[in-house]
Design a protein around this ligand. Structure first.
Ligand code: SF4
Length: 418
């Protein structure tokens, strides 16, 4: 038992660098088995540096034949190594689950021997959990780059989500810190799984009892700040991956310096770029849910996101011609572009104005960030101001009033999304 505890310590610690742990999108229902994966996602906990981790998030092993400079499990790193057996992972998951410690399993691995050797063990774990233990909880499995399609296909029948990490956003960046790896070995399995998802979905329309295949879809993760890609390059890659592989999520993981030997990487002791990570998530959100085009937020003239203000505010300040927006006449798509107004608040505005023109005091009650929004919108009682204030003045006013939210010195904690 002590040996298992020690392995757990090593392999849970090594897994903490992977941030792609959310379980959104799963609808696995309890059918007389043990547990279920709820659609609203599994419980997460937050580590001291603000990262979100699910409760049983482990590696099968931290042995690895590769030597990616940014990774704590790289073969040249002098760390304690450990590996679980298939039975140990199954037993741990079931024991934790029965005690209510966890609501799902996030399983990844270093690569021992070769990709198939590792993938075969991962596949056996998820198969055993589902078929022998009747485990019905959430499973997120990392695919091993280079593993055979047969193994990926079989594993896909037992898991909710699969993911495979792109690591560095561009091939050039990846070659700088992991010359043995390439993006092709990530794209290939992503495309294969995507095809299988579509095939199983199509088949389920014709045959009632077609099994589910990766029902919560796929995701990937990029490491940010280890290599010199711009935010424009990073978001271009994310956009391509969302389009080409219909990913549910792209995760952006600010690089935590852990390598003292590689001079190309940020030095140990430097702070992880968590504010930048947060800005990338906000941009990702704007592209997926706010109908923004990437070139409105990032383009050759504006290749990096502002760190002191969020990307929607930054866009609004650069585009004063679209403002102020009259919330009593504008459509939903225009209203969600007002800085400080989210999708829910925009819906509330649309619903409420059916009963009469809205004044500022009514809009304030709808959950908007009024101190930001007021510079960009007009309500029924907004006073007419002669002349237009400069956008630099607006920015400074917002920054002064929101000193805690936008404080740039808070660079090692995560900010709220909007
Ligand atoms: S292959 Fe994965 S686990 Fe191995 S060193 Fe590279 S990033 Fe780390």
């Amino acid at each position: 038992m002590e040996r298992i505890e020690e392995k757990l310590k090593i392999l849970a610690d090594a897994a903490k660098y992977d941030v792609s742990c959310s379980s959104s999108g799963s609808k696995r229902k309890n059918t007389g088995r043990i547990g279920d994966a709820s659609a609203s996602g599994i419980c997460h906990t937050y580590t001291e540096d603000g990262r979100c981790v699910s409760l049983l998030k482990i590696l099968l092993t931290n042995h690895c034949i590769y030597d990616c400079a940014f990774c704590v499990s790289r073969r040249s790193n002098d760390v304690k190594r450990a590996a679980f057996t298939v039975e140990e992972v199954v037993e741990l998951t079931m024991n934790f689950y029965r005690r209510n410690y966890i609501e799902g399993l996030f399983l990844s691995s270093g690569i021992f021997k070769n990709a198939d050797f590792t993938m075969e063990r991962l596949m056996r774990i998820v198969k055993k959990l589902r078929l022998e233990e009747k485990y019905n909880g959430y499973i997120h499995l990392k695919t091993i780059p280079g593993a055979s399609e047969e193994l990926i296909k079989e594993a896909g029948l037992y898991v909710d989500r699969m993911s495979i990490n792109l690591e560095m956003p561009t091939e050039v960046g990846l070659k700088m810190v992991a010359p043995e790896k390439d993006h092709e070995s990530v794209k290939k399995p992503l495309a294969f799984v995507q095809n299988q998802i579509q095939e199983y979905k199509a088949e389920s329309k014709l045959i009632k009892h077609t099994p589910q295949f990766v029902p919560a879809g796929q995701s990937t993760q990029m490491v940010i700040g280890a290599t010199p890609e711009t935010d424009l390059e990073i978001m271009n890659v994310a956009k391509t991956f969302y389009n080409d592989f219909k990913l549910k999520r792209v995760y952006y993981s600010g690089y935590i310096p852990i390598n003292t030997e590689n001079s190309l990487l940020p030095q140990v002791g430097s702070r992880p770029p968590l504010v930048r990570e947060n800005r990338l998530y906000q941009t990702d959100w704007l592209l997926r849910f706010y109908d923004f085009n990437l070139d409105e937020i990032l383009n050759p003239k504006h290749q990096q996101l502002d760190l002191d203000i969020d990307p929607k505010l930054s866009w609004a300040l650069r585009n004063p011609q679209y403002f102020p927006i009259d919330i009593n006449t504008a459509d939903y798509k225009q209203i969600i572009r007002i800085p400080g107004v989210g999708r829910q608040s925009a819906m509330k505005i649309i619903q409420s104005r059916k009963f009469g023109r809205l004044s500022e005091y009514q809009v304030k009650k709808m959950g908007i960030a009024f101190n930001r929004a007021r510079h960009f919108m007009r309500c029924a009682d907004t006073p007419i101001i002669l002349g237009t204030p400069s956008m630099e003045y607006v920015k400074q006013t917002i920054l002064q009033r929101n000193s805690t939210k936008y404080l740039t010195t808070v660079s090692d904690t995560q900010l709220s999304l909007f």
